[in-house]
Design a binder for this molecule. Structure first.
Ligand code: NI
Ligand code: MN
Length: 228
């Protein structure tokens, strides 16, 4: 069984068989974030890109929990210069782990560090863990590449940004669902800031109206979803 915790914004914790994978840990800087109060020990951190609301507390958490950080080669070299234990990969690359694998896909988005280092393109991830396949889109616009993501292995859960302004908004995210065809979708990257305040129920009803065989689950920060 795979348990997914929505910590808030784009931060997701995936747990299976005692292994925790943390994605885009924007926690300390997000007053709305609800991290687990106990049993929080990620062994791997995935970072889609260097923006503050995704890189977040990566450096502090990785040093504290001895978690490795898997990200693009560009962000990995920036982080390893700061003493972080990194795994560098790039688009199309699939990195094996004892729990499964992680594959990097491009996201249509930029990646500049909080201190102004321009690192190029942002990533998104497919995580294969506990027999399930989870797609975390990071920050992205809609792109027809999304048709390809579920071809290799059907996606059980997709985490898609819906807030607009910096990423695709609700209508484009609904189109993304049609291309990725996940069993379940959870909306992310909305509500955190004034300019990404949208109604996730509107996303949910538009996905339903489109007739896709995808179930929308809206999680509040701190809530969990189990993939049986
Ligand atoms: Ni961003
Ligand atoms: Mn963002």
């Amino acid at each position: 069984m795979v348990r997914v915790t929505y910590i808030g914004h784009s931060c997701i914790l995936v747990a299976s068989n005692g292994t925790q994978v943390l994605i885009d840990p924007f926690i300390e800087g997000n007053p709305l974030a609800k991290p687990p109060t106990r049993g929080f020990h990620p062994k791997l951190i995935l970072v889609t890109h260097a923006h503050r609301d995704h890189l977040g507390d990566t450096i502090a958490i990785s040093k504290k929990s001895k978690a490795k950080v898997l990200t693009t080669v560009d962000l990995a070299s920036y982080l390893s210069a700061k003493g972080v234990d990194t795994i560098a990969a790039n688009f199309g690359g699939k990195v094996p782990f004892d729990f499964g694998w992680v594959k990097l896909w491009p996201a249509i988005h930029s990646s500049t560090t909080p201190d102004g280092v321009v690192l190029g393109m942002a990533a998104s991830f497919v995580v294969s863990i506990g027999g399930k396949s989870i797609y975390h889109a990071g920050d992205t616009s809609l792109t027809s590449d999304m048709e390809l993501i579920g071809e290799e292995k059907p996606i059980d859960l997709a985490c898609l940004p819906i807030g607009g302004t910096y990423t695709m908004g609700i209508d484009d995210a609904v189109k993304a669902v049609g291309m990725i065809k996940p069993r379940v979708v959870i909306p992310i990257h909305y509500g955190t800031f004034e300019n990404i305040k949208v109604d996730p129920e509107e996303f949910s009803s538009k996905v339903e109206k489109a007739g896709f065989r995808t179930k929308t689950v809206i999680l509040s920060p701190g809530e969990q979803l189990e993939l049986p």
